[in-house]
Design a protein around this ligand. Sequence first.
Ligand SMILES: C[S@@+](CC[C@H](N)C(=O)[O-])C[C@H]1O[C@@H](n2cnc3c(N)ncnc32)[C@H](O)[C@@H]1O
Length: 254
Amino acid sequence: MAHTWAPQQYLAYADERGRPFVELLARVGAAAPARVADLGCGPGNLTRLLTERWPDAHVVGVDASADMLARAAAIEGVEWQLADAREWSPAAPLDVLVTNATLQWIPGHLELLPRLVGMLAPGGWFAMQVPGNFDQPSHVLRDEVAALPEFAEHTRHVARPAAHDAATYLAALTALGLEVDAWETTYLHVLEGPDAVFEWVRATGARPVLEAMPDALRGEFEDVFRARLREAYPADERGRVVLPFRRVFAVGHA
Ligand SMILES: C[S@@+](CC[C@H](N)C(=O)[O-])C[C@H]1O[C@@H](n2cnc3c(N)ncnc32)[C@H](O)[C@@H]1O
């Protein structure tokens, strides 16, 4: 089931969500790429970093969400394109193709990798990052609450993000002929404010479920989910919680 994105909510943790992008890009060795694309660019705040690193490159930001691109539009120096990553093709081969925190939303995305790698120019770079935290309470509790009898009929067909381990991407990209560097990092995000973990997940992993809920039930769903998250991620005496967040990275060089 299709769902929408709320750029403002998503940007609430821009620093925490941006760090993996910076660490991903640090492993891309392109010196002076001519054509760069950011697939699933979202609100564009990270795409902007590509224009800063490679000011002479033609940078394209692609996303399937008109809301996200409306937010990105104010950022200069990027050609924004509304398209589904599964169907998009670049006008010419790419020197750098980045896709950050996006492939987990595309079911069966390993099958998309040959097409993406096929977009690279000789010597081009492919860089991806996906969450690797789907076994964590933030996701497990969402699914538990969604499966409660009062909510189940509304949540059954809702999109849920999914991804693989670093070794799987390493093998898949190596088989496509790239020199691959794959790794994982677990960040310990220290979040502040009431129900900070709920605020984090409502903008991403839990958004489809929350959107699928009828208005009359959404408040109840959120109350139950918030209470379970508070138990799983207890606040310290200063009201801070730690959200461990594992992320999986792969960079391939053609
Ligand atoms: C979690 S956000 C990541 C945004 C940005 N890359 C970042 O790291 O902040 C995921 C983005 O992927 C986009 N997306 C999801 N499925 C997509 C698809 N099939 N084609 C293009 N974009 C997609 C969403 O619209 C959303 O903007």
